[in-house]
Design a protein around this ligand. Structure first.
Ligand code: MN
Length: 723
């Protein structure tokens, strides 16, 4: 590292080059004080270092250079040199007044206030003081200009010198407050640099993905910027227009901004090249436009004439997008040299070109300030004002890419499932997995800005009810519910078909189209499927159907008495095994008792729920004692043990470290997963813990119970039922 700072006359060369620079364009009263201010600042900042290790004075000196480069008046340069003196050294404002007079003091006071507001961390404080900030600058806009240059230099030297959180915060502030302010006073060049520096910090992944795609575009596209630039230049030369043409690739930030504003994908955003044509006078602007339009088609609706209708910040230019060489869309801006100066330096350009007389706009003559003060007077609270001034950052949204580069905008908190549904319903319904930035990730993963999301699908897959918890978009939620509803209807239909077949079989009747049709028309259903569904849902009781079947067969049938006699027997339990119900039947395990294979079980046919399986001595079953027709006698199929079932255990254990770990270790020893864990009561001596364990059957569960009971810290273990 250069130890320039240790010498007493550090930065002498830079100081004299600054003085020369300012002398070249400013001959006013204050020029003589520029060197004095530099030396004063160097003297008082002496011994202070920047986080980078450089002497602190290098910072105000650089800020002054930034402003001298855009030819700001010497008063502004002096304030820039002194801008941190009052805040960071022992120097007082009255000393400043003594040495530099009241005008410098007034401006410096404004800058110092802004610095103090800036250093307050809470956003409320910031919002509240933002009004003061604007009021302060509205007295003299040069205060804001110094502050913007200060911020620019701090952003330029941001890397590796501060904590990541602080860097992030400064960068966000830059995007939300300072860049829009620079835009408002028309300082394009400064605004762009601020945005690009901050963008890199706040959205590094988005920037990286845009850079990658730009790279791709460059290599795939034959026409380079240089070629197109030459082509445009020769078109203008052929028309006898003296012009300078310069081409550039748009900055990653401006590309991103455009993608957001227009909600287009990078691929659709083909005009990533921009060309500027600078001519001598206004007439040539329109001639140049004519020459280009007669050679290349303009894209309708995108031509803008900011020469006859300048922007509020005085910006003037002709903008057009044409289908240029190689059928590439290119953006073209045509302006005079003077317009270009205003575009780059904005308000600063307006008072530096009045020969030796320096003039700076005051509130009366400056539209921008008038408008700003108007907002201040009409906004009731400063938060609202900040809101109006904040650039639209869409910070409630995330932007992700499809593998092909399309942009998908989602609300913050969206998951891969939301992404899939927002691309296409079918993609959502069939999605089984996701690759985020080329790596497999859980479907519930929250998406971040710039993520590339690739959905993996399977033809037979159906949405799961648990997905409802991971989605935030209405479309995804709707589609998931719709699909689950359809699935359920199918299950009920199958269940209804099985139940009806069994009822008929018991009455010795074969299921035929004719009989089904009779029953269907009796219940006034449009289709046999509707009939099955209604029966499956339990909306027609089996008793009712039995009566109907019996009455149907009583006509001209001598078995009437028999039917009457046998009817009461049907109140007994239906003989349906779980195995028998399996094809497409909705079966639920009752959450009150959580049956597992090995338990004696019964099923209850419930409206809209299908069959709910309970342990046969579950207390909840009492509620159904009045409705024997809803009971189904179930038994476990031998294949049941191939799945896992959830059982609840209540464990009472000592309130001491390690007790919970013992439970987890024992459960895993017996190959069972704990799916839920909650402490139901916590006394100084004992815990009551409810755990949901996933087991294959009763014997595995009793193994775990025994193992737990053998531990010293476990007091008791019981199978648990909710009341
Ligand atoms: Mn500073």
């Amino acid at each position: 590292m250069l130890l320039k700072g240790n010498q007493g006359n550090a930065y002498s060369d830079e100081i004299s080059s600054l003085v020369t620079k300012v002398n070249n364009y400013d001959k006013s009263y204050y020029v003589s004080s520029v060197e004095k201010a530099a030396l004063f600042s160097r003297k008082h900042h002496k011994g202070q270092l920047r986080a980078s290790g450089e002497e602190y004075f290098s910072h105000p000196l650089e800020v002054a250079h930034i402003l001298a480069d855009i030819k700001l008046d010497s008063l502004t340069i002096i304030v820039a040199l002194l801008h941190d003196v009052v805040e960071d050294t022992e120097v007082t404002l009255s000393e400043i007044e003594e040495h530099f007079g009241s005008k410098v003091t007034e401006l410096l006071d404004g800058v110092t206030k802004l610095t103090r507001i800036e250093n307050k961390s809470e956003s409320v404080v910031q919002a509240k003081n933002f009004k003061k900030l604007i009021l302060a600058i509205s007295k003299d806009i040069r205060v804001l200009i110094v502050k913007l240059a200060d911020r620019l230099h701090n952003m330029r030297t941001l890397c590796h010198i501060q904590k990541p959180e602080k860097r992030y915060k400064k960068s966000q502030e830059t995007l939300e407050i300072y860049a829009p302010l620079a835009e408002r006073i028309g300082m394009q060049a400064l605004k762009k640099e601020l945005q690009d520096l901050a963008f890199n910090e706040v959205y590094p992944e988005v920037k990286a993905s845009i850079m990658t795609r730009l790279e791709l575009l460059r290599s795939s596209d034959g026409k380079t910027i240089a070629t197109i630039q030459d082509i445009i230049a020769s078109i203008l030369a052929d028309s006898g227009i003296g012009a300078e043409v310069s081409g550039r690739e748009k900055s990653p930030y401006s590309i991103w901004e455009k993608m957001q504003k227009k909600m287009v994908s990078f691929e659709q955003l083909s005009d990533v090249m921009a060309f500027r044509v600078t001519v001598d006078n206004v007439e040539d602007c329109y001639r140049a436009l004519g020459a280009i339009h007669s050679k290349y088609h303009m894209v309708p609706g995108l031509f803008k004439d900011f020469i006859s209708l300048p922007k509020k910040n005085f910006y003037q230019s002709l903008h057009s997008i044409v289908i240029g060489p190689g059928k590439k869309r290119v953006e073209i801006q045509i302006r005079t040299k003077e317009m270009h100066r205003v575009a780059e330096y904005g308000i600063a350009a307006h008072w530096t070109y009045k020969q030796d007389e320096f003039y700076y706009p005051d509130v009366k003559t400056n539209n921008w300030l008038k408008e700003l003060i108007n907002i201040l007077n009409t906004s009731s609270d400063s938060g609202e004002f900040l809101e109006n001034t904040k650039m639209e950052m869409y910070d409630d949204q995330v932007f992700c890419f499809t593998p092909k580069g399309g942009v998908v905008a989602l609300p913050k908190g969206a998951s891969a499932i939301d992404f899939a549904y927002s691309v296409h319903s079918d993609l959502g319904n069939k999605c089984v997995g996701v690759k985020i930035n080329h790596k497999l990730a859980p479907l519930r993963t929250l998406l971040q800005n710039g993520d590339q999301v690739e959905i993996i699908t399977s033809k037979d897959h159906k949405p799961l009810p648990s997905w409802e918890k991971f989605v935030v978009t209405g479309k995804a939620l709707n589609e998931i519910r719709k699909s689950i509803r359809e699935e359920k209807t199918k299950e009920y239909m199958n269940l209804g078909r099985v139940l009806l077949a069994q009822l008929l079989e018991k009455r010795g009747i074969k299921m035929s189209d004719e009989i089904l049709n009779d029953i269907r028309s009796f219940y006034d259903k449009n289709t046999v499927e509707d009939l099955f569904t209604t029966i499956g849902e339990g909306r027609i009781s089996q008793n009712n159907i039995l009566k109907k079947i019996s009455s149907m067969h009583s006509d001209g049938n001598s078995h009437e008495d028999e039917v009457e006699l046998s009817f009461p027997q049907q109140k007994s339990i239906n003989q349906v095994s779980i195995k028998g119900l399996i094809p497409g039947v909705a079966v639920h395990y009752a959450p009150c008792c959580s049956p597992i294979p090995g338990d004696n079980i019964v099923g209850i046919q419930q409206v809209k729920k299908g069959i709910v399986v309970h342990i046969s001595d579950c207390e909840v079953l009492q509620n159904y004692s009045q409705f024997p027709e809803t009971w189904l006698d179930l038994s476990w199929d031998r294949d049941s043990a191939k799945s896992v079932y959830s059982a609840m255990l209540k464990v009472v254990c000592l309130n001491k470290p390690g007790s919970l770990a013992v439970i987890a270790i024992e459960a895993s020893k017996y190959g069972c997963n704990i799916s839920n864990f909650r402490i139901s009561s916590r006394a100084p001596d004992f815990f009551d813990i409810l755990i949901d364990v996933e087991v294959r059957g009763l014997s595995q569960l009793s193994n775990i119970k025994t193992a737990l009971l053998s531990k010293a810290c476990i007091h008791s273990v019981e199978r648990f039922s909710k009341d």
